[in-house]
Design a protein around this ligand. Structure first.
Ligand code: MOS
Length: 685
């Protein structure tokens, strides 16, 4: 392998720097009309009447689309996709109609003229962990392939041994509850769809997407079309973080409006509209109980989760699943319960589940290490399991101990200081990280040779992560040719099928298909039609990435302000395909973790079921000045079982555990334990 492992600069970089990389809204279609949506202003009830007369008379208006004149769709049962199919309102800010006009300005102006009359019913938007009416999740499939109690296909509960008895008997116990708020994805590129029908049966949808093949399937099913007749195109996507996995209601609304009007349609959400129609990170409460022997061996671990979901559609995130694999202990339990609310439907957001669950677990481990009088790095290493503590399977690779040791060495953990400089209190913290390393089924790659060059096609996508580059490197090595001879084509559902860019599965899944296609190609066989399943070894091995975060914070003793001058992460992500783009991913994840720890929270006004802050003025994201030194390293590692490249995945592991490392450092600096994110100054003073 000569291309894999090289820090190749992004091959799409020059296009992006020149502004020549075409994002969804920039796609050119013939004579487009523009859509502006109507959002509900009640949280629950029904629409009694919509008066569109004034809007229809406004300049440039082509149509006002509501549930009364909407196209009938093949309902999926998920109101995020089944747009305008009933008069029911399931949450504040749901699409209840749209105005189509000749210009964006005319559409927006006329939307303000539509009068909507509601019959509200009492709504419930109060996320409290102590509620008695919680529900055990029973069906929360996000991907059609992964039906289960939790959205990743896992069971809601797990139980081994007798946790309560072990806690009772433990020499040292802790019992604390940790909570995390709603977060919103906020990719740089707002969600947009540009739609053009060729005839009644054929439509092209340009959209910023994390998965063109899956969106093709969903749109085709909704509109009763043959999947090959729906073309979803997404050559460049300006970030997604999980919010562009599905087409949501914006893409289906645009497809519908184009069909009804017979015009091409352009539709971009405003930043404010995004908050209620593209999902969000679900709020959670995690009660963690730990029991240990006097010499620091864990004997019992319980992680009981209460999380928010929506009455409109059951979504259940895997918050406590991380606790099933991190530490050895004979007695263990995890549970997930949902508070069903009249709120928008949550969805996956970077490291869904692990990001919230590891804040809880890794904070609790820090508390337990202190209760045992042990260094938190040593405590973690002492409680490393050999095999997966619940399934009993071996890990395909697990170099967490190496990450902790290497991180401690680089950070100079042994000499970490807790000190005061003027008003500033300094301290340091550590936390571990993990994330699954799945390979998704449903991938095929086609390879053809034209004029001495190799064309490699697969319906993968690049959501800003570096897929264009890293997949080209894999293709070059698979073919045994120089990378300059490879022309990769991705981002189009007309290409051989590709799985979705989610769950850090991209290169594992697409790369394996490219490797397999290259073998067929070299044997002179047909490529592009053999659709691969998942990883056959997934039955024999637990496959996960790991990491260790070390951070230094300083906290102002007078104002409570928290600054993070230094973050250092060491990761076990298997073979790193491209050190340059991988480092960007890890540094980006760590930065998003810093933002999650200190800044990000969407506040609900439960009286209205409405998000209070829904733009960058109110939803704070770490800015450049909030970020100090961020160092990302990885241990030498190549996984024998995940795929032929030896890689495990890198998109999410960087964010996991950062919040806990920062909270642990704040405690070290100040003696104040903040168990509720974000760590704002009011919680410290
Ligand atoms: Mo990721 S949250 O699986 O896009």
């Amino acid at each position: 392998m000569t291309a894999i492992g090289k820090p190749v600069s992004r091959i799409d970089g020059p296009l992006k720097v020149r502004g020549a990389a075409t994002y969804a809204f920039e796609q050119q279609v013939t004579n487009p009309a523009h859509l502006f949506p109507l959002l509900s202003t009640i949280a629950a009830g029904r629409i009694a009447q919509i008066d569109a007369e004034q809007a229809l008379a406004a300049p440039g208006v082509l149509a006002v689309i509501t549930h009364e004149n909407a196209l009938k769709l093949n309902a999926t049962g998920d109101p995020q996709l089944d747009v305008l199919q009933t008069d029911e309102v399931g949450w504040y800010g749901q699409f209840i109609g749209a105005v189509l006009a000749d210009t964006p300005e005319n559409a927006r102006y006329a939307a303000g003229l539509v009068q909507v009359h509601y019959e509200p019913r009492t709504h419930d938007a109060e996320m409290r962990a102590d509620r008695q009416d919680v529900v055990k999740p029973y069906h929360a499939a996000l991907f059609g392939e992964m039906p289960g109690e939790l959205q990743n296909g896992m069971p809601a509960d797990s139980s081994f041994g007798d946790v309560d008895a072990a806690l009772e008997a433990a020499a040292i116990r802790i019992d604390h509850t940790y909570s995390t708020p709603i977060n919103h994805h906020n990719p740089l590129e707002p969600h947009a769809a540009v739609v053009e029908w060729a005839d009644d049966e054929h439509v092209t949808v340009y959209m910023g997407s994390q998965g063109v093949s899956m969106n093709q399937q969903i749109i085709a099913a909704l509109f009763g079309l043959e999947p090959p007749n729906v073309r979803v195109v997404s050559p460049h996507t300006g970030g997604g973080f999980g919010s562009k996995i599905r087409p949501h209601s914006y893409a289906t609304l645009a497809v519908m409006a184009s069909k009804i009007s017979g015009r091409s349609v352009k539709f971009a959400l405003t930043r404010q509209q995004m908050f209620s129609v593209i999902g969000y990170r679900t709020p959670t409460s995690s009660r963690i109980q730990l029991g240990a022997t006097a010499d620091g061996k864990l004997t019992a671990i319980a992680h009981d989760v209460v999380e928010g979901s929506s009455n409109a559609y059951m979504y259940a995130e895997q918050i406590g699943v991380c606790t099933r694999l991190m530490y050895a202990a004979p007695n263990r339990r995890t549970t997930h319960r949902l508070v069903m609310l009249d709120m928008p439907v949550p969805t996956i957001m970077r490291a869904p589940g692990e990001s919230q669950g590891m804040f809880a677990l890794e904070s609790a481990i820090d508390e337990m290490a202190e209760a045992c009088g042990m260094d938190p790095v040593e405590f973690r290493i002492l409680n490393e399991p050999g095999l997966h503590p619940e399934s009993g399977l071996p890990f395909s690779s697990r170099k967490l101990k190496e990450c902790l040791v290497e991180g401690a060495r680089r950070f100079d953990w042994a000499n970490r200081s807790r000190r005061r400089e003027g008003a500033w209190l300094y301290g340091s913290g550590v936390a571990s990280a993990t994330y699954p390393a799945p390979r998704f089924p449903g991938n095929a790659a086609r390879i053809t040779k034209v004029d001495g060059r190799y064309c490699v096609q697969i319906a993968a996508v690049d959501i800003g992560t570096g897929t264009w580059t890293a997949l080209s490197q894999i293709a070059a090595d698979a073919l045994g040719v120089d990378m300059s001879l490879v022309d990769l084509e991705i981002g189009d559902s007309a290409l051989p099928v590709g799985s979705t860019a989610g769950f850090s599965s991209g290169l594992n899944s697409w790369g394996t298909a490219v490797m397999e296609a290259a073998k067929l190609f070299k044997d002179g066989k047909e490529t592009g039609t053999q659709v691969l399943g998942g990883n056959p070894k997934a039955e024999q091995y637990e496959m996960n990435t790991f990491g260790a975060h070390f951070v230094e914070v300083r906290v102002n003793s007078e104002t409570g302000e928290v600054r993070v001058p230094r973050m250092l992460g060491v990761f076990d992500a298997g073979k790193v395909i491209n050190p340059k783009t991988a480092r960007s991913q890890l540094v980006g994840g760590m930065t998003q973790g810093l933002s999650q720890a200190l800044h990000e929270a969407t506040v609900v006004d439960s009286r209205y079921g409405q998000f209070v802050n829904r733009d960058f003025a109110g939803y704070h994201i770490a800015a450049n000045a909030d970020v100090g030194s961020v160092e990302a390293y990885w241990v030498d590692s190549s996984d024998e079982h995940t795929n032929e490249m030896g890689s495990k995945g890198i998109g999410e592991i960087g964010i996991v555990g950062v919040t806990a490392a920062i909270a642990n450092a704040v405690y070290h600096a100040t003696g104040v334990r903040v168990r509720d994110l974000p760590i704002t100054l009011d919680k410290i003073l």
